[in-house]
Design a protein around this ligand. Sequence first.
Ligand code: URA
Length: 241
Amino acid sequence: MLLRLDKYLADLSVDTRSKVKLLIRKGRVRVNEQIAKRPETKIDTDADTVTVDGRILVYHPFEYYMLNKPAGVLSAARDKKQPTVLDLIESDRKDLFPVGRLDKDTVGLLLICNDGRLSHDLLSPSHHVNKTYEVRLDAALSPEDIAALETGIDIGDTSKTLPAVIDTPYEDTTHVNITIHEGRFHQVKRMFLARGKTVLFLKRLSMGSLVLDPTLSEGSYRTLTEAEIQQLTALTERNKG
Ligand code: URA
């Protein structure tokens, strides 16, 4: 791919587009060992070697991380008072953000990336991307509760929720998996509350094709594999059709 040098540097979060121009003009950027003084210099991302102050850059337009979010951490980019999920990720990029929100006490799968388009597609209400959560409740679900959740339930919004899927692979129905196709505010907790049950523990297991890696302990993360990125992208492309 061919890119202007200033865009190349800004994509890698070296600095803002205007500040990288200054770096270039000051002669701190080299392309294939030659000082490059023009921001519009074309870079071949597959072939050229770019350095800033002698540090070699490796071009990658986007970064994607799978985090097993621990409880007690906000799903926000930055917060002055409280720790956020981004404090857990070691990266030079300043444009990372969590894709959607989990409540502070919710644990499990959180995608963190700087790909605005993928994020938009995954969160868009019209795409109905499946999200599966493991839930522990203060009381067992009755067959009527399960039927209501699987039909669609009034949680006080203008429309009922879309039908959910309840799986019961555990010892009893105080502990279930629920798959929803929307992302309303506190949706899972409100759905169970509408049936008189309080959620005691909530963990996201999957989002679309992305499944929480069981080897990740709470608070740990890893980059997505190429296959995971392609599957996610393909999923949102397919849902558009
Ligand atoms: N639903 C909730 O109620 N909370 C979450 O964190 C995610 C889904």
